[in-house]
Design a protein around this ligand. Structure first.
Ligand code: HT7
Ligand code: ZN
Length: 873
């Protein structure tokens, strides 16, 4: 397969000033007529991308081209022409109902009741019409839709409405004009039977905007929370970045058939229903937060992505990393900032660190790709956001805002690069941010080591910081990066010390940031009376792995006294890691295990600790993160050691205290969404799970009662999970009850499939295979595939990594089947093979055989082939 390289970038040879598109919509066949106003930029033929299009006619400046006057090969239509400008007319046919890949124009739902929609990012527009399908070609769009009125009563496209009317034979039409030049990947249309909820919004700069959320009739009453979230997002972007919405209408559409989370098409966002619908009976508290976050994310793209877009797909993080960062700040403002940070860092560690440590590792700005769809990764999104966070931290709140203003002003209506972004931020602040560029080009997670030395005679504390990044796939030479380390020093009683660095006149704040910009550097703090406990990398100030030889007692001090909620949790995670090591090594009397259980017991009994934070503190790193602490990776042993440490904790807190706490939290009878109620539910779940480790019989009865009386999905699903984890057979009746109660509710059923796919142990495969026979299971629906196959393969280590390799062989077989329908989804699930090389030998051999066999097949999609080729290396 061919490789695209950043180094080969050349500006487009022809620009497209205006595009007029006319759609004659039908489920089996849609005809698309396009008129492109092209302007020469270089001495080259016109080249238009087109895939899977049936070309009906082609004309230039009003003249139909005969066969020899153009070349159509390998997805490119080439027309050689002398003029400086010209108009190209094409007419093509496409077949939406046959499009199972959900890229381009496709059908969501059934033939008789579903609706048509498009997905163009990254390269879907070429499946709709011939076009220079690259993000640096910005054009103004006029779109006319024509369709049968009864079958497609609602016709939508991005932009402002520009007329509608009736046609002969029961057909009708609608036209839309988008005044803002945009790349083709932001184009969208939707047509079908949809209901809507609406809100009249006025922007801070006085524009009246009609907000519409569209969904199929059976779920339209679950869109209110998304509308509230949208309004909050719009207000937040006005307040925080001075950014206003810029069209007269804003449409949001929900679909159950979508490859990713959502899509920020200009003026017409399209959402996976999973991230748009929410109601207490079918959504968990986590899902409510996800809806708020994804609605905000897509809305924020209107500036970070749409008004200023990407020059090429190597710059993907320019819009994605920045927009994730904007969403994270928004969510922190709407909810609890420390809890949001905990959630985001936990995700980074669970998803991005393993990605960056394995064969799929790549820089935030990759230098080459063979299939761009495979680069919508945790690295581009989550690590990309961490890089923006470092820049924001470096400039401070005001400086960052000034920099963002400069960036939006300077590049409005342009396709920009990551250099442009750093330059604008730096220029607005009179500073040079180019050292941070190295973060964008270097893959791998840096290891930051810290060593402290206290000198009693000099009353000094010397902190030596060192960095090193291990070699990653295809990138062995690594350089030092600027690593901002926010820190405090605590005395043994847990009091933060005022900090004075060597050479400074007076002591300043108790927290400051030092930057390690070389392989090693020492920082000397003056006026220190006794050996302090350093609290490092506060707020997770850089995406690195901190290696610091804390003794357990030091971490226990931070865990008890650090005033910053995030760092408190972080100290708990570090201590839990050491406690895990004790359990792994069979050292059940280990000092770390003791310090961890004691400190947490203390916090458990401390009425001053917030419920939500306590719930997080009671959750040690998960089985996936813990593989890093295991030389020979054996998921069964990891789980055994982790369960052992949790059991120790439960014993230390004591059955009586756990039961009493659970009873105190149990009284809830409504599913109210306020933060304290959510926190109580979260804590209740942790407490019951701990209790189940020492009193399984009683815990089962409590879980059963909780399941039956649950006022909402959070409590119901938590109880069902606890029951099923205790004993899947004993939970059968409740599992069947849930299945029946939510029959027809796709999103609730997804959770039902996922919950079972995640149950640990070697019999998980048989359970998953049995679930494939459930009538509601279908390979053609991405959410269903993710909930059963994806959850099992990517998040059930003991189930997937069975020592006999049976689950590997089963997944390989299913991947081939999914691939024939939807390559993007198959490629995503296949990343489950990412870590096979570091498994213990028996599993490694089994996985290797399967991966090698799959990778040698010649009949797979480019998406899946690309992942397998890299994973197999
Ligand atoms: N920008 C969106 C990316 C996206 C996508 C990419 C490839 C294939 C299908 C897709 N659907 C959406 C999502 C986002 O807002 O980041
Ligand atoms: Zn995005």
């Amino acid at each position: 397969t061919s490789v695209i390289r950043l180094a080969d970038y050349r500006p487009p040879a022809w620009s497209v000033e205006h595009v007029a598109l006319e759609f004659d919509l039908g489920i089996d066949r849609t005809e698309v007529a396009a008129t492109l106003e092209l302007v020469r930029q270089a001495d080259e033929p016109i080249r238009l991308n087109g895939e899977g299009l049936e070309l009906l006619s082609l004309g230039v400046d009003g003249r139909t081209l005969a066969e020899g006057e153009y070349i159509l090969a390998d997805g490119v239509l080439e027309i050689a022409i002398d003029a400086e400008r010209c108009t190209v007319n094409t007419r093509v046919a496409v077949h939406p109902a046959e499009n199972t890949a959900f890229e381009g124009l496709y059908l969501s739902g059934s033939r008789d009741r579903g609706f048509l929609l498009t997905q163009c990012e990254a390269e879907g527009f070429r499946h709709i019409t011939f076009f220079p399908d690259r993000p640096d070609v910005l054009s103004r769009y006029t779109v006319t839709l024509r369709a049968d009125h009864d079958r497609f009563p609602v016709l939508l496209a991005g932009g402002n409405p520009d007329g509608e009317g009736v046609l002969a034979d029961g057909r009708h039409w609608a036209r839309f004009v988008d005044p803002h030049p945009k790349p083709s990947y932001l184009f969208a249309v939707v047509a079908g039977r949809l209901e809507r909820i609406s809100h009249d919004y006025t922007t801070a700069d006085g524009r009246a905007v009609a907000l519409h959320i569209w969904a199929e009739a059976d779920v339209i009453d679950r869109c209110d929370y998304a509308m509230d979230s949208l309004i909050r997002s719009m207000q937040w972007d006005e307040r925080t970045y001075g950014r206003n919405y810029d069209l007269d209408v804003f449409h949001v559409v929900a679909t159950h058939d979508f490859n990713m989370g959502a899509m920020e098409n200009k003026g017409l966002n399209i959402f996976n229903a999973k991230y748009l619908l929410a109601d207490p009976d079918s959504s968990t508290d986590d899902e409510y937060r996800h809806v708020e976050a994804v609605v905000a994310h897509e809305y924020f793209h209107n500036w970070s992505g749409n008004r200023v877009t990407c020059r090429d797909w190597f710059q993907l993080s320019l819009k994605e990393g920045l927009t994730v960062f904007r969403e994270q700040s928004f969510s922190a403002d709407m909810n609890s900032a420390p809890l949001k940070r905990i959630e985001d860092v936990a995700l980074l560690r669970r998803a991005q660190f393993p990605e960056d440590a394995g064969p799929l590792s790549h820089p935030v700005r990759p230098s080459q790709y063979s299939e761009i769809n495979n680069f919508y990764t945790a690295t581009v999104y989550e690590k990309g956001s961490e890089l923006v966070r470092m820049l924001a931290g470096h400039l401070g709140q005001e400086g960052f805002r000034k920099g963002m203003d400069r960036y939006f002003e300077r590049h409005d209506g342009q396709a920009a690069t990551i250099e442009d972004f750093l330059t604008a931020l730096g220029d607005a602040n009179g500073t040079d941010l180019s050292p941070y560029l190295a973060w964008y080009g270097q893959a791998g997670t840096p290891r930051l080591s810290a060593e402290g030395r206290f000198d009693a005679a000099q009353r000094r504390y010397r902190l030596t910081l060192r960095q090193r990044t291990p070699a990653t796939a295809g990138q062995t030479a690594k350089q030092a990066l600027p690593i901002p380390v926010r820190l405090s020093l605590f005395d043994q009683s847990g009091k933060a010390l005022p900090l004075r660095l060597e050479g400074e006149a007076a002591a300043g704040a108790t927290e400051r940031t030092v930057v390690l910009d070389s392989a090693e550097r020492g920082f000397v703090f003056e006026d220190v009376d006794a050996s302090p406990v350093p609290s490092l990398l506060r707020g997770f100030s850089a995406p690195v792995i901190l290696e610091c030889d804390y003794v357990p007692g030091e971490l226990a001090i931070l865990l008890r006294h650090d005033p910053d909620g995030f760092n408190r949790w972080e100290a708990g995670q570090q201590l839990a890691g050491l406690a895990y090591d004790d359990c792994r090594d069979g050292n059940v009397e280990g000092s770390a295990l003791r310090a961890w259980t004691e400190a947490l017991t203390h916090l458990f009994n401390d009425k001053g600790v917030d419920d939500a934070l306590l719930a997080e503190l009671l959750t040690p790193p998960g089985e996936i993160e813990l593989v890093e602490r295991q030389a020979e990776r054996d998921p069964d042993r990891i789980r055994i050691a982790r369960q052992a440490m949790l059991r120790k904790l439960a014993q230390r807190i004591g059955a009586e205290a756990l039961r009493a706490r659970y009873a105190g939290l149990r009284s809830e009878t409504t599913a109210a969404l306020d933060a304290p109620s959510q926190a109580r539910r979260q804590l209740k779940r942790r407490v019951l799970d701990l209790y189940a480790l020492i009193q399984p019989g009683e815990a089962r009865e409590l879980a059963r009662a909780q399941y039956e009386q649950a006022p909402g999905m959070t409590d119901r699903l938590a109880a069902l999970t606890t029951l099923a984890t205790l004993d899947a057979h004993a939970a059968e009746a409740a599992i069947a009850h849930f299945r029946q109660r939510y029959d027809g509710n796709a999103l609730a059923l997804d959770k039902w499939f996922a919950m079972q796919a995640l149950l640990p142990g070697a019999d998980a495969l048989a359970r998953v295979q049995a679930l494939e026979d459930d009538q509601a299971f279908m390979l053609k629906n991405p959410n269903r595939v993710q909930s059963l196959l994806g959850s099992f393969a990517r998040a059930n280590p003991t189930g997937f990594h069975r020592a006999d390799g049976a689950a590997y062989r089963w997944l390989a077989d299913r991947l081939v089947a999914v691939d024939s329908l939807n390559p993007q989804v198959a490629a995503r699930v296949a990343t489950a093979f990412n870590g096979w090389k570091r498994l213990e030998p028996v599993r490694r051999e089994a996985a290797h055989a399967v991966v090698a066999e799959l990778a040698s097949r010649k009949d797979l999609s480019r998406d899946l082939t690309d992942i397998l080729a890299r994973v197999a290396l």
